[in-house]
Design a protein around this ligand. Structure first.
Ligand code: ADP
Ligand code: GLC
Length: 487
C-alpha cells in the first residue's frame, strides 16, 4: 500500500497536531496563553495542518455548550483510577476536547481561589496530561502533541513513560512551549505517589528540582523540542539573570530550543473591526480614536475637557514580572506632569493598594479598574495615547503588539518579546530596570507627543506593522515537519 502524503499551504507535509493546554479563548483565560491557544490552532489549520485542542471543562464553560465525545476514559495516576468524560465542541473551525471531571475542574478559578493555589493542582494537571494522552489514543491520533507551560509538563513525561509499552506513541513527537519560565509547577516530593510513576522519575535529570517535583522541568527535559514565545526570550532564559533557576536546564536543551514570536488575532484586536470601542478607526482616518479617548475618560470619570493632554494606559496582571515595582516609584513623576493615567488589572494586593491610593490622591488624573474586563481592555487600547509596559521580564507580551495596531504608542523595557516587537520608530524603550531609566523613556515619549505631526507618523508606522499569526504558524509548521522528518 502506498501511503498518501498531503502537503499543506506552505508546502510542508501536513501533520496532525494535538495541543494540550490549560486555557484558551474564548473559553477560559487568565493571560496571554489563552490568546495564543485560542488563535494558533486556527492559523495552523489555515496553513493546512489538522489541529485539535484538549483542555479542562472549567465551571465557566457551560456543560451544555459541549457534546459528549467519549465517556468513562480511565486514567491511571496514583493508586486509584480517575474516570473522566471527554466533551467536545468546534470553535473557529478547530475541534476542542474538554476534560470533564467536576470535582477537579468545576471550580471558581483556573489555578487558584483568590491568591491561594488549589492544594491539588498536581493532581488536576496530572489528570489533564493523562487525559490528553487518552484523547491521543482514542479520538484524535496525532503526529505531534504540542504542550504549553507547566500545567501540561506531565504530558511528555507520561508519553515517555508509556512509549515503549504503548505502540500508539511510537511515532508521536512532543513539543513543549514555554510561555513563562517564572512558573515552575513545583510541588513537594511527598505528592509523588499521586503521579503513578516509578521512583526512577524522581531523579535530577527528570522530574526532581531542588528536592521537589517540577512539572515545568519534566515538560522541558522530556519533550522532543522546546520552543518559547520570542527569540530574545529564548536567549535570555539561558542566562543566570533570565533563567529563574532554570538557566542550566535551558542550556542543556539549547540544541532543541527555539524562539517563535507569538502572533496576534487581528479579527479580535483591531480598531477597524473592534466591537467594544466607542468608534472604529483606521490609519487612514484616525478621527474615531479621539472619540474613543473621550469615551474612555468619561468611563473612568476623569475630566475629558482637554483631549490634547496625554493619556497613558496600563492593562495587566498585577505581578512583579510586569514592572509594577518601577511603576510604583512614579507617583511623584506623575504628580508633576500634566498627564492622565488609566489602569486595568488585578493580582497581587500590594499593587492594587498602590493604585487605589493614587486614585484617591489624584482623582482628576488617575482612573483604576480592578478585576478582569476584556471589553475595557479593548477600550484602553483604543482610547489611550501611550501604553506602559516596563516589564522586568516578558516572554512575548501581547498588549504592546495590540497597542501598535491601535496607534497607541508603547513605552516598554527592552526585554524579551518587548525588545523583539517594539523599535525606536514605533515606541520608546529603556534598558535598565530602574525608575530613573523608566522616567527617562517617559520624558522622551511625553516630549515627542507634543509634536503632533511626528507623533501621528509614529502611530501610523506602528499601525502598519503586521504580527498576524500567519508568519508564526509557518514557523511551527516548519518545526513539525522537521521533527517528523528527523524522527
Ligand atoms: P501575560 O500573559 O503575561 O499576562 P500578555 O501581554 O501576553 O501577558 O497577555 C495578557 C492578556 O491578558 C492580554 O490579552 C490582555 O489584554 C489580557 N489582560 C490582562 N489583564 C487583564 C484584565 N485585568 N482584564 C482584561 N484583560 C486582561
Ligand atoms: C505568558 C507571558 C507573556 C506571553 C504569553 C503568551 O503569560 O508572560 O509574555 O505573551 O504567555 O505566550
Amino acid at each position: 500500500m502506498v501511503a498518501s502524503i498531503i502537503y499543506g499551504y506552505h508546502g510542508y507535509v501536513m501533520a496532525r497536531i494535538l495541543m494540550v493546554a490549560s486555557e484558551a479563548t474564548p473559553f477560559a483565560k487568565t493571560g496571554g496563553l489563552a490568546d495564543v491557544v485560542g488563535a494558533l490552532p486556527a492559523a495552523l489549520q489555515e496553513a493546512g495542518e489538522q489541529v485539535a485542542v484538549v483542555m479542562p471543562r472549567y465551571a465557566q464553560i457551560p456543560w451544555d455548550s459541549t457534546e459528549s465525545a467519549y465517556d468513562n476514559l480511565r486514567l491511571f495516576a496514583g493508586p486509584h483510577p480517575w474516570n473522566v468524560d471527554i466533551r467536545t465542541r468546534v470553535e473557529k473551525g478547530v475541534r476542542f476536547y474538554f476534560v470533564e471531571h467536576p470535582m477537579l475542574f468545576e471550580r471558581e478559578g483556573l489555578y487558584a481561589q483568590r491568591a491561594f493555589d488549589y492544594w491539588d493542582n498536581h493532581r488536576r494537571f496530572a489528570v489533564l496530561a493523562l487525559a490528553g494522552l487518552g484523547v491521543a489514543q482514542t479520538l484524535f491520533k496525532p503526529d505531534i502533541i504540542h504542550c504549553h507551560d507547566w500545567q501540561t509538563g506531565m504530558v511528555p513525561v507520561y508519553r515517555h513513560d508509556q512509549q515503549w509499552s504503548n505502540p500508539d506513541f511510537f511515532n508521536t513527537r512532543t513539543v513543549f512551549t514555554i510561555h513563562n519560565l517564572g512558573y515552575h509547577g513545583r510541588f513537594s516530593r511527598d505528592v509523588f505517589p499521586d503521579l503513578g510513576l516509578n521512583p526512577g522519575w524522581l531523579s535530577p535529570d527528570k522530574l526532581e528540582y531542588y528536592g521537589d517535583i517540577s512539572y515545568l522541568k519534566g515538560g522541558i527535559v522530556m519533550s522532543d523540542w522546546v520552543t518559547t514565545v520570542s527569540p530574545a526570550y529564548a536567549r535570555e532564559i539561558q542566562t543566570l539573570e533570565g533563567g529563574f533557576g532554570f538557566d542550566g536546564i535551558m542550556r542543556s536543551v539549547a540544541g532543541r530550543l527555539s524562539g517563535i514570536l507569538n502572533g496576534v488575532d487581528y479579527s479580535e484586536w483591531s480598531p477597524e473591526v473592534d466591537e467594544f470601542i466607542a468608534a472604529r478607526y483606521s490609519a487612514k482616518d484616525l478621527s474615531g480614536k479621539k472619540a474613543c479617548k473621550k469615551a474612555l475618560l468619561e468611563e473612568f470619570k476623569l475630566p475629558a475637557g482637554n483631549l490634547d493632554r496625554p493619556l497613558i494606559g496600563i492593562v495587566s496582571r498585577f505581578a512583579g514580572q510586569k514592572g509594577f515595582d518601577l511603576i510604583a516609584g512614579l507617583a511623584e513623576f506623575f504628580a508633576a506632569q500634566d498627564v492622565q493615567l488609566v489602569i486595568l488589572g488585578s493580582g497581587e494586593p500590594r499593587y492594587e493598594n498602590i493604585f487605589n491610593g493614587w486614585q484617591r490622591w489624584q482623582p482628576e488624573k488617575v482612573g483604576v479598574w480592578l478585576g478582569y474586563n476584556n471589553a475595557l481592555a479593548h477600550r484602553i487600547e483604543a482610547g489611550a495615547d501611550m501604553f506602559l509596559m516596563p516589564s522586568l521580564y516578558e516572554p512575548c507580551g501581547l498588549n504592546q503588539i495590540y497597542s501598535l495596531r491601535y496607534g497607541t504608542v508603547p513605552v516598554v523595557r527592552a526585554t524579551g518579546g518587548l525588545d523583539d516587537t517594539i523599535q525606536t520608530d514605533t515606541g520608546f524603550k529603556f534598558q535598565d530596570y530602574s525608575v530613573a531609566a523608566l522616567e527617562g523613556a517617559l520624558d522622551e515619549a511625553l516630549a515627542a507627543y507634543r509634536n503632533k505631526r511626528s507623533w501621528t507618523a509614529r502611530m501610523k508606522r506602528g499601525m502598519a506593522k503586521d504580527f498576524s499569526w500567519t508568519a508564526s504558524a509557518k514557523q511551527y509548521s516548519e518545526l513539525y515537519a522537521r521533527m517528523r522528518a528527523t524522527g
